[in-house]
Design a protein around this ligand. Structure first.
Ligand code: SF4
Length: 328
């Protein structure tokens, strides 16, 4: 729902360019999209959400909100979908809106918090403050919704320290979920002008990956689920929309690779004798431990030329075991 009902134009945003859509989606189009996606899901898929993303859903007139939600409720009632979520602005949350969303069985509300530093918010033209996010978060939680607070890194005026403080505030506000998006320079935005005028420098890919790795581990420790790292390739930028910034189609893999790289370089008990070792890792972390393009494996091979990674289903989290390879 590109920029629908947005009262401000955030300086980095051009949703029509990002999503390739503009204007109000037609009811028939929404139903066709849902049907198409439901048919494409693998069998046995356990939890399916319908989500209204991209604009300011609760900035729409109440009647429009109700109409959109009525359109998708039959999927919830017949069990083909298990949840409804939407994203909106923190300054467009009030009791009347929340009661409507509750009555229409919305279960998760995502707020675009982006930064929780008032100076950064002002420089981005967000039009709201930390106080707005705090108030909206507490109302959402009081009414029993799941709360997601989305954040961005590398915004104008932002620093790594401010991003880490934003994460801390997101945790303290009681968010259940978050998304971490690196700020990108998109064509047709005010940020593009700032970039060309040398008034804004985006994060490098390495900086964005390193900072996201720190944020992810903090959120995990606090029990906040990180449901997205970077733009998904399928929601990627159309054509030549990306002007600059740390976009990578496998951004999440790069971040997970970095987390494992740090675990490996800080591991105190590498064997000193053998050149051949086995590293056992949990199955769900195998690819991340080996690393994107085998980066971690290649790094460790400089020290252990006959290194082998294997899955150990008894391991959990990011535990790993290092053993000498006695068969070699
Ligand atoms: S509120 Fe969201 S959709 Fe609207 S202009 Fe800002 S970033 Fe874009």
């Amino acid at each position: 729902m590109p920029e629908l009902a947005c009262p401000f134009q955030c300086i980095y945003c051009n949703q029509a360019t990002i999503s390739g859509q503009s204007g109000f989606p037609d009811s028939a189009d929404i139903v066709a999209l849902i049907e198409r996606n439901l048919q494409s899901l693998p069998t046995g898929k356990k939890h399916v959400d319908i989500a209204f993303f991209g604009g300011n859903f609760t900035g729409l007139p109440l009647k429009h909100q109700a109409d959109y939600l009525d359109l998708v409720l039959p999927y919830l009632y017949d069990g083909r979908v298990q949840g409804i979520r939407l994203s909106t602005r923190p300054d467009y949350i009030n009791d009347e809106v929340l009661l409507l969303l509750k009555a229409k069985h919305v279960h998760t509300i995502e707020l675009g918090a982006q930064s929780l530093d008032d100076e950064v918010l002002a420089r981005c033209g967000r039009g709201h403050t930390l106080a707005d996010v705090a108030l909206a978060s507490s109302k959402i939680r009081e009414l029993g919704f799941r709360l997601a607070l989305q954040m961005m890194i590398g915004l104008p005026g932002d620093t790594a320290e401010k991003s880490l403080q934003t994460a801390k505030t997101i945790i303290n506000l009681g968010a259940h979920e978050t998304r971490i998006y690196p700020c990108l320079v998109v064509r047709g935005t005010a940020l593009e002008q700032q970039y060309h005028n040398n008034e804004y420098t985006p994060l490098s890919l390495e900086e964005a990956v390193s900072l996201s790795a720190s944020l992810l581990t903090r959120f995990e420790s606090a029990g906040v689920k990180v449901i997205r790292l970077g733009l998904h390739p399928s929601e990627g930028l159309n054509g030549d929309a990306l002007v600059a910034g740390p976009f990578h189609p496998a951004f999440k893999e790069l971040v997970m690779t970095e987390i494992w790289r740090q675990l490996f370089i800080s591991f105190p008990a590498w064997p000193t004798g053998p050149a051949s070792i086995i590293i056992e890792v949990p199955g769900h972390e195998f690819n991340f431990a080996v690393g994107y393009a085998a980066a971690n494996k290649n790094m460790l091979r400089k020290r252990f030329p006959k290194l082998q990674f294997v899955c150990n289903s008894r391991l959990t989290g990011r535990d790993f075991i290092v053993k000498p390879d006695i068969q070699c």
